[in-house]
Design a protein around this ligand. Structure first.
Ligand code: DC
Length: 224
């Protein structure tokens, strides 16, 4: 089969990245975490004390930001202007930065172009918010992965506790609701299910059940 692409979209905390990573491994294809790319992009402004609230400032600096994905030790590392920021992009600050920077059309234009270039070179599974609608409108398979706010908050809460972080379930729930609202209501490429995407609600499914369901949909499209 020639190169194919799987688009996974959905709100924060639906399990997109863990599921996509595992499917990439099982199918032997490349996994592209587009959220990580926006996180690295936002980090540039945070590191350089540049405002993410002024579009003009953001636009003036877009050409100074170079994002690269490199496969190292069976892991995809993300580089911002040649610096490995794979760990740094997971902080709460970087998360807010990503959510702010990703509303600007000039930023999205640059990231979408890079994402499309990567997808041209090999078979990929790509997760994000606009993959099925904008980045890969002709994807072989499109999934819209979601779960209730309560369930997503519970999952994130458990994750953070395991990391030894002191967090409150209510705060996480509020944060998820706010992020959903921002992602779904921004003007450029808001989060929405593509017309031809398959909706998968993971609220009552285990991770393995979700993976199995997606692999089944892959087989139906001759992706093996
Ligand atoms: O999936 P994530 O939490 O790592 O994404 C970080 C932010 O980037 C999130 O607020 C939404 C935004 N994002 C986006 O606008 N488009 C994408 N394709 C991926 C992420």
């Amino acid at each position: 089969m020639k190169n194919y692409s799987i688009a996974i979209d959905g709100p924060a905390g639906a399990g997109k990245s863990s599921v996509s990573k595992e499917i990439a491994k099982r199918l032997g294809i490349v996994y592209i975490d587009t959220g990580a790319m926006y996180r690295a992009f936002g980090l540039y402004y945070l590191k350089n004390n540049l405002s993410l609230d002024e579009e003009e400032v953001v636009n003036m600096n877009v050409s100074n930001v170079v994002i690269e994905l490199k496969n190292e030790d069976e892991e995809t590392k993300i580089y911002l202007n040649q610096e490995d920021v794979t760990t740094e992009i997971r902080t709460e600050g970087a998360s807010v930065g990503a959510s702010k920077v990703s509303v600007y059309p000039k930023v999205r234009e640059k990231m979408v172009k890079l994402q499309q270039e990567i997808a041209c070179k090999s078979s990929v599974i790509m997760d994000g918010r606009d993959i099925g609608t904008v980045v890969l409108p002709n994807a072989t398979l499109k999934i819209y992965l979601t779960a209730s706010v309560d369930e997503r908050a519970k999952r994130r809460y458990k994750e953070q506790l395991l990391k030894g972080m002191d967090v409150k379930l209510e705060d996480i729930k509020k944060d998820i609701e706010e992020r959903d609202y921002r992602d779904m209501h921004r003007e450029t490429s808001p989060l929405k299910q593509a017309d031809d995407a398959i909706l998968l609600d993971t609220s009552n499914l285990t991770q393995e059940e979700v993976i199995e369901e997606i692999l089944k949909l892959c087989r139906e499209r001759d992706i093996k």
